[in-house]
Design a protein around this ligand. Sequence first.
Ligand code: PLP
Length: 447
Amino acid sequence: MVWFDRIREADPELFGMLVEELKRQREGLEMIPSENFTSMAVMQAVGSVLTNKYSEGYSGKRYYGGNQFIDKIERLAIARAKALFVVPHANVQPYSGSPANFAVYMALCKPGDTIMGQNLTDGGHLTHGWKTSVTGKLFNSVPYHVRPDGYIDIDEARRLAKENRPVLIWVGSTAYTRRFPFEEFGEIADETGAYLAADISHISGLVAGGVHQSPAKFVHIITTTTHKTLRGPRGAMIMVTEKGLEKDPGLDDKIDKAVFPGLQGGPHDHVTAGIAAALLEASKPEFSEYAKQIVRNARALASSLDSNGIRLVTGGTDNHMVLIDLTPMGRGTGIFVQEALDYVGITTNKNTIPNDPSSAFYPSGIRLGTPALTTRGMKEKEMDIIGAMIARSIFAVKGYEMPEAKEDRQGYIMTFRESISKNAELAKVREEVAALCSSFPLYPEIR
Ligand SMILES: *Cc1c(COP(=O)(O)O)cnc(C)c1O
């Protein structure tokens, strides 16, 4: 299949950039836990004629004509979402995870209401009430935390909920490697009268594949992005559970009205089609096998890192993600390790760790995930090798530590960048990464 051939003719400048990105994806190890490689079917749906259509409203209730086929496609995506996650209501229109979460606030809260979510530097998401997000500005945000051992402090969450009586509680986050205690949060919501929303953006593919408990029985609302472990296009869904409809029989309607007309205009119908395609894939036995392999790979990666002398938050993982605690290497060294790994061709992201001694911009952790590598066909054997390569890269830049004085930092980073290009150990790892990637071709049908 010749891809991009029309772009090549019409816009060589853009074409060159797309080819470079394809090459980057092929020749590196993609270990950002929120990323994945969609199927060609999903990409074709997203690149289809559906991008031409306006369809504000919902199936059968549109503000524009010509929506007879769009209606069918949206209903198909909704039916597949409901069947896969076993929920009575699904909205597939949110543009992405953050707007989906905003829609939940819009449906349930008034400005000034109290809300609760996992603190950002403890692994939580910006949209769960962090101070720089509009959700932390419009609402009275009372965050809960993780304990010193890295696990969610459910006792603190219960106490804070009883003291503060939030309207809405979030469970689910973005840098947490253990099972989410959905059942316990369900009890807290029942005891305090709060709405409980599970944001399963990171783990929805694991839930669909049966390797993480589903929150459906315990929460009122489920939000998820569709582009992480679920392996669909960039988009999101909001689902209402049976428990949600029991608490509030109008909840499905409130959610739909919050998405449109509350927050958005026309849905991205091409993405809706991509979501439908991804949901069909996720309902197949092969996808369960994929989800299981993601977790096996994450465990293998964790044990390789551990045996190579790298410390992990909570000591390991139950899901697709591993969080490296770099504090033994110094304070705020995440940036140096991220750059060293980038140089060798391993794409990761620096992240805060619980009780980070540094800041959110110069954090002391590295977040890694296995969904994308698992899509490429890698297994435990490769994870073992990759864990060792990551450990070698970390030790190769040991000793670099962020200067205390803010004005010295930029210069220090520049010197560091110079040094990595001359580091012999990193040069060796870089060659090994390239060799490994070449035996796991990505999108071989694209030429
Ligand atoms: C990724 C993520 C989001 C936001 O998704 P975007 O599509 O980036 O807006 C929200 N919540 C959680 C827990 C996430 O991991």
